[in-house]
Design a binder for this molecule. Structure first.
Ligand code: PMP
Length: 354
């Protein structure tokens, strides 16, 4: 029951959170399929034993920030870390938008962009996508300008469609509007190109958001970061609470960075497995969309997605049911898992559809 004192304007979307069903194979939340390598645990143990737990953490997370910046080839003053990329999104919305400001999203996309914006009292304007799920760039430029929007959201690769956005769309948003452009690259390391390939001077207007939840296999830690121009980073930092990033989180991030070579191999493996899933789905009566992420969106051609979802659960496989999301009728999304999990998924889906 809704509490009578709850803010009346909070008409939050229901059904965002994926049900945490207790099944053997969970391919519903785009996590890494396996735990970090053993070297991560060894490094983390060593780092934890040197933490002064009675002291507040390093407020600027200087070592971690420098490590992240080095890994992504930027200067340390172009990075700020936070408790998951969701906290970055919240801080950026607080400091570059705020109550009453307009933000523009292109649906279907990651629900938390509009969800957090609404929580913070922003007005959310929605534009559509082209048939291939790329953003309708002209519509987004028009919407941003018509509403004098503070922020335009681009998610690339887009969750849940997997679509890699043309860099020209991002350049156009910067050139033809005055908004800050948040480019959510939570899945950026699985994709062949990044907004960081553009002229770095554009970062005065672009906020790149990344996470350790996917590629670094640290969804349980809650660590994300943003890359932008130093003045933008200083602005976003104002939206974060002091000492927001615990010593434990900082240590986990540093330990993860020390395993960079094995993480690169894992990313290559996931991309290879994605290819095998695409090939497997191509043999079944489903429509699928090209993905540059660690998941694939697909729609059963002649069977109801809700039924398929339930029958997969009955066979011990959990995928994300997107069928109720705007613009995604009859769609399901499967995360790339381990080789065995992917085979189990394809086997179960074959049984359900045939
Ligand atoms: N952005 C996108 C596009 C995502 O899909 C997710 C996770 N589902 C996030 C951000 C949030 O990631 P984090 O765990 O870093 O908060």
């Amino acid at each position: 029951m809704t509490h009578p004192r709850l803010r009346p304007d909070l008409q939050l979307r229901s059904g965002y959170h994926s049900p945490q069903v207790d099944v053997e194979t969970r391919l519903n939340t785009n996590e890494a399929p396996t735990a970090p390598p053993p070297a991560f645990n060894q490094e983390l143990d060593a780092l934890i034993s040197s933490i002064s737990f009675h002291r507040y953490p390093d407020r600027s997370a200087a070592l971690l920030t420098a490590g992240v910046a080095h890994a992504d080839g930027v200067e340390a003053n172009m990075v700020v870390c936070a408790n998951g990329s969701n906290e970055i999104l919240q801080a950026a919305l607080l400091t570059f938008a705020g109550p009453g400001a307009t933000v523009v999203v292109a649906e279907p996309t990651y629900a938390l962009h509009s969800h957090i914006a609404q929580l913070l009292g922003c007005v959310v304007e929605t534009v559509g996508r082209n048939a291939d799920f790329t953003i309708d760039a002209a519509a987004m430029v028009d919407a941003v300008n018509a509403h004098d929007a503070a922020i335009a959201f681009v998610c690339s690769p887009n969750n849940p469609t997997g679509t890699l956005e043309p860099l020209a769309t991002i350049e156009r948003l910067v050139a033809e509007t005055k908004a800050m452009v948040i480019v959510d690259e939570a899945y950026g390391q699985f994709a062949p190109r990044s907004v960081l390939d553009l002229d770095r001077r554009l970062l005065e207007r672009i906020i790149v958001v990344r996470t350790f939840s996917k590629t670094w296999a640290l969804a349980g830690v809650r660590l994300g970061y943003t890359i932008s121009a130093p003045s933008v980073i200083a602005g976003i930092t104002q939206g974060l609470l002091p000492y927001h990033l615990s010593s434990l989180t900082q240590a986990a991030g540093l330990a993860a960075l020390s395993t960079a070579p094995s993480m690169s191999l894992r990313i290559a493996h996931i991309i290879e497995q994605r290819g095998l899933l695409v090939a497997g789905l191509a043999e079944l009566p489903v429509t699928q969309w090209p993905s540059a992420a660690n998941f694939i969106l697909f729609a059963p051609d002649d069977t109801d997605a809700d039924d398929v979802w339930q029958q997969l659960v009955d066979r011990g496989v959990l995928v994300r049911n997107c069928a109720g999301w705007p613009g995604l009728s009859n769609c399901l999304r499967v995360t790339v898992g381990t080789t065995a999990e992917n085979q189990q998924f394809l086997h179960a889906l074959r049984e359900v559809l045939q």
